[in-house]
Design a protein around this ligand. Structure first.
Ligand SMILES: Cc1cc2nc3c(=O)[nH]c(=O)nc-3n(C[C@H](O)[C@H](O)[C@H](O)COP(=O)(O)OP(=O)(O)OC[C@H]3O[C@@H](n4cnc5c(N)ncnc54)[C@H](O)[C@@H]3O)c2cc1C
Length: 427
């Protein structure tokens, strides 16, 4: 059978990971088919945030539904030298935006349709691979042939295998959108993190720290989300809900209208990078692309999809190139040594933050956002080179107060192993 009789790539899933890579492959003139449980136009469940500079650099600023210039965090008083931060906002001096979800979805779908992508609805349950092509079977008996399978089925991928690296740290959030008896956030303001906790008792302050992520959505509506940065086992949704309401009560604010409640949000933060010798490729949550420090991924999808698609298209020019070799070229483009080293460093950093007590965390973030604006932005968006990332971390360490320095130096639990994981990439 000639390779022309089946598609070049079969992408599994229709979330941001699947649509971004499908669009990029289509732009490389490859014949793409997409198989997902849902229609590609079905609304996504979550709201996606991104820094303004990321969308500006990609030229897609019109895909934002909201954009804030007044972006701040509150870290409360940390140790003595940081007492003056109690009610002083840390100004971020850069824009933050929320995507219009359907615009982002259509941005990718339109590119796919221009490249005549074929859409299938179904559940992938099995696959086979030989030297010429791959086959995916669906739960309703369909068989789809392709040169390359790309598993973009999210954090619990249907086919991709990853090494076990210990418990996964999970970010949990409880969020509400509504109208309130008085503004919980200043007009036109976006709060990345409000770690102030003077509404909690001393006993409660010993429990894992949580912060408020909040924004003025306009028209008298606000989005408030009590969030735990990441923990294994995760902070419970009941605790987050109770804390959000305590926070509001402390300010004498009542919820007048509850428009939307975000329940059951679990975001794995330190997903392992999958085994890179698999004959299928991954993209998105399945491929460990989530940023371990922020939980964000959409900026990375937008930046990295064209690079991976190009590598795949180049490998496919060789008519007899087996699926395993095409996947290998894709993995090399997705996870070059430098990115894997950075990912290992971020995971080491997250492990440290998970052990920090409330005061250490607040001192840490006060110091982190004192880094030059470009440096902390590059850290959070994973756009620094490895050298510059290490420089940022070193600078952070040098300037940090002693309680933070001590926490960073003291090796506990699996931290030594995580540091070793960083050192051994490419060695
Ligand atoms: C609550 C939350 C908030 C987030 N906020 C942000 C944010 O603000 N900014 C940001 O950049 N990132 C954010 N992220 C991270 C990341 O961008 C999202 O998790 C994103 O949805 C991951 O995309 P994905 O396509 O990899 O996976 P998913 O969105 O989970 O999509 C998986 C797809 O695979 C399909 N599927 C699953 N199994 C099969 C099967 N067997 N056969 C066929 N199809 C299948 C599903 O139907 C779905 O379409 C957030 C994540 C969460 C959980």
């Amino acid at each position: 059978m000639s390779t022309n009789a089946y598609c070049d790539a079969l992408v599994l899933g229709s979330g941001p990971g699947a649509l971004s890579i499908s669009a990029a492959l289509g732009n490389e003139n490859l014949k793409v088919e997409v198989l997902s449980k849902q229609k590609p136009t079905d609304p996504w469940p979550f709201t996606y945030g991104i820094w303004g500079e990321e969308v500006d650099e990609l030229g897609i600023e019109e895909l934002l539904a909201h954009r804030w210039k007044n972006t701040v965090s509150y870290f409360g008083a940390g140790s003595k030298e940081n007492n003056h931060f109690e009610n002083t906002p840390t100004k971020h001096n850069r824009d933050y935006g929320l995507f219009d979800k359907s615009k982002l979805q259509n941005y990718w779908i339109n590119q796919c349709n221009k490249a005549s992508t074929t859409w299938h609805i179904g559940i992938a349950i099995d696959f086979e691979i030989n030297n010429l092509f791959s086959i995916v079977k669906t739960s309703d008996g369909k068989v789809i042939k392709t040169r390359l399978i790309i598993d973009a089925t999210g954090y619990n991928p249907v086919f991709l295998k990853s090494p076990y690296q210990g418990p996964i740290a999970v970010q949990t959030c409880y969020g509400i959108v509504g109208e309130f008896s008085s503004p919980p956030v200043e007009k036109d303001q976006f709060i990345l993190m409000d770690y102030r906790n003077n509404h909690l008792s001393n006993e409660e302050k010993i429990e894992p720290p949580t912060f408020l992520y909040a924004m003025d959505m306009g028209d008298g509506k606000y989005f408030l989300e009590e969030t735990s940065l990441g923990l294994a086992p995760p902070v419970s949704l009941d605790l987050l809900k109770a804390r959000l309401h305590r926070r509001l009560k402390n300010k004498g604010i009542k919820v007048n209208t509850l428009e939307h409640e975000e329940l059951g949000i679990y975001l794995p933060m330190n997903m392992p990078i999958p085994n890179l010798n698999q004959p299928i490729l991954g993209f998105g949550g399945s491929a460990g692309m989530v940023h371990p420090a922020s939980g964000y991924m959409v900026g990375s999808l937008l930046r990295r999809a064209p690079l991976v698609a190009k590598a795949v298209a180049t490998a496919m020019k060789e008519k007899d190139c087996p699926p395993s070799l095409i996947a290998k070229k894709g993995w090399e483009a997705l996870w070059p040594d430098e990115l894997r080293k950075k990912q290992a460093l971020y995971k080491f950093g997250l492990e440290k933050l998970m052990r920090f007590d409330d005061k250490q965390l607040r001192d840490f973030f006060i110091q982190f956002f004192q880094l030059p604006n470009k440096q902390w932005y590059g850290f959070l968006t994973n756009t620094l080179s490895l050298k510059d990332l290490i420089k940022a971390m070193w600078r952070m360490f040098q300037k940090a107060p002693w309680n933070v320095k001590w926490g960073l130096m003291r090796m506990q639990g699996r931290e030594m192993q995580l540091l070793w994981n960083f050192l051994k990439v490419n060695n």
